[in-house]
Design a protein around this ligand. Structure first.
Ligand code: URA
Length: 233
């Protein structure tokens, strides 16, 4: 579900018997409540999640939903798939058919996957401008060296998109494992960055996105984000 923003007067005229012109009077008579408060302007912006009440009757009461899943290997980051289990198959929620995925993980990548029906939230989470750090644990086929750290910090040129990756932080944990923090999410980005060194990624696991961390969530399980997790970033 994409976020739709519209003016209060247009919203009222679309969802009630009143015309656009009538809304000024409704406002003056304090008959409109927006998120529990008397509306102050007909130009006020409402989204699909704003709670709007006219003469005591609720015109709209959609709930934004924010879910995190600990994605197992071999599950598709899609809402439908004819052959494989999808991440949506692992979620139990009455509004699950409204959800979309925020930053897909590959078939064999495991870890933190976010789903929501709030398009403006997912755009914010995905945008590099928000500077939100996505952290991955990576296991590699070949040994790592300190050279990787500087190259990942400088950025790697991706010819297909004609872009250079934004500075990324690599922490080497052992000869064959590392923790990588990125602020963007290009297609197969982690595998392609290690591909620069012809080093194959054997296992990839996303541990956190901003302040949202997988800790304590079993593989294949999901839960709603807390208010703090969904609003802080
Ligand atoms: N980068 C990848 O290469 N794959 C993922 O699943 C996520 C990030």
């Amino acid at each position: 579900m994409k976020s739709r923003t519209q003016r209060l007067d247009r919203f009222i005229s679309r969802h009630s018997v009143y015309s656009l012109a009538d809304t000024r009077l409704l406002l003056a008579q304090k008959r409109i409540l927006v998120d529990g408060l008397v509306a102050r302007s007909i130009q006020q912006k409402v989204t699909q999640f704003t709670h709007v009440v006219l003469d005591g009757e609720c015109l709209q009461d959609n709930q934004p939903v924010y879910i995190m899943l600990n994605k197992p290997r071999g599950v598709v980051s899609a809402t439908k798939d004819p052959k494989h289990t999808t991440v949506l198959d692992l979620i139990e929620h009455p509004q699950k058919d409204e959800l979309h995925i925020v930053g897909r993980l590959d078939f064999n990548t495991t870890g933190l996957l976010l789903l929501t029906n709030d398009g403006s939230w997912s755009r914010k989470i995905s945008s590099p401008e928000s500077g939100l750090v996505k952290t991955y644990e990576v296991t590699l086929a070949g040994p790592l060296s300190d050279d990787y750290i500087a190259v990942f910090r400088e950025g790697i040129y991706f010819g297909y998109e004609n872009i250079t990756t934004k500075p990324a932080n690599l922490e080497i944990l052992s000869d064959y494992s590392a923790r990588l923090s990125l602020i963007e999410g290009k297609y197969h980005q982690v595998k392609r960055m290690f591909g620069f060194f012809q080093n194959e990624v054997l296992a990839l696991h996303r541990v956190s996105v901003g302040n949202i961390s997988l800790e304590g969530l079993e593989v294949g399980c999901s839960r709603l984000l807390t208010i703090g997790e969904s609003l802080r970033e």
